[in-house]
Design a protein. Structure first.
Length: 278
């Protein structure tokens, strides 16, 4: 896999890009992979799973094969993702209409797994790839009543949906969320109507080195002077009812505790041992 193709990918989700980085790492024959890993980090700044993947791969010491080393990371991410989706059942304690934005594979799986508790799904589209249409097709194929709206239909969704269920691209240590453009005003809308906002995530997406002041480092996907086209926005944890991650439900204010007690982010401690022990 060509690293330049990965760097130019403006369509795939963060999870797919992370998978492609793992595949590239396994195939790459040179010793300068850190050079490319740094490029991936910067190019996809704001995507927690990519940051985590690159930092983990940077720790390769050659004692085991690349396939085994990268495979352990891949298995861990899948295990945590599946666990988070299972725990999503706790927010569906009654039959509800669900709103979401764009396309998140975790949101997709959570909705399908709990479809007997879902009356209807509202998908707010988010450019530039129109991923919401793909989610619409997927959910509709499972017989789930689904409506897709334009990217400014905040009032309609706020009045119609019972809960907002989001994916996540990155969660900060203070519980804020970096996610698809439109997430912030959509969360504001749901809060205005006193409706809960949940985000599905995993601890691999929690970053201990991203703060709100770093938001400007997220790539602007245009070269037109005076024009901004970032794919993500920033949503304060005060607007989020809770995160659902691989160990269950947590309030945004508790995210830092995860880093201290569970993650040991990007250190060779508890998190690394968890990977190596499977």
């Amino acid at each position: 896999m060509n690293p330049e193709e990965i760097l130019d990918d403006e369509i795939s989700s963060a999870t797919v890009i992370a998978d492609n980085i793992i595949k590239w790492f396994i195939e790459y024959k040179g010793n300068d992979y850190d050079l490319y890993l740094n490029k991936f980090r910067e190019n996809y700044y704001g995507m927690g799973i990519i940051e985590y993947t690159c930092n983990y791969l940077s720790g390769y010491n050659g004692k085991i094969s690349k396939i085994e080393y990268a495979g352990k990371l891949y298995d861990l991410i899948k295990k945590d993702t599946d666990s988070s989706v299972r725990f999503s059942a706790q927010i569906f304690n009654r039959k509800v209409s669900v709103a979401t934005i764009s396309y998140s594979s975790m949101v997709r799986d959570a909705i399908i797994n709990n479809m007997d508790k879902i009356k209807q799904v509202y998908i707010m589209e988010s450019g530039p790839a129109f991923e919401g249409l793909s989610l619409y097709d997927n959910l509709s194929s499972h017989g789930i009543k689904t409506i897709i709206t334009t990217d400014y239909s905040y009032y309609e969704i706020g009045k119609s949906a019972d809960i907002l269920l989001l994916g996540s691209d990155l969660v900060t240590v203070n519980g804020d969320l970096v996610h698809k453009n439109g997430t912030f005003p959509l969360a504001l809308t749901m809060n205005y109507f006193n409706k809960p906002v949940y985000s599905l995530t995993t601890s691999e997406k929690i970053s201990n080195n991203f703060n709100e002041v770093d938001f400007h480092r997220i790539k602007n996907h245009t070269k037109i002077k005076g024009f901004i086209n970032r794919f993500f926005d920033y949503t304060y944890g005060t607007l989020i009812t809770g995160y659902i991650y691989e160990y269950g439900f947590i309030r945004p204010m508790m995210v830092l505790l995860i880093i201290i007690t569970v993650m040991k982010v990007l250190s060779p401690g508890v998190r690394f041992m968890r990977i190596m022990q499977g």
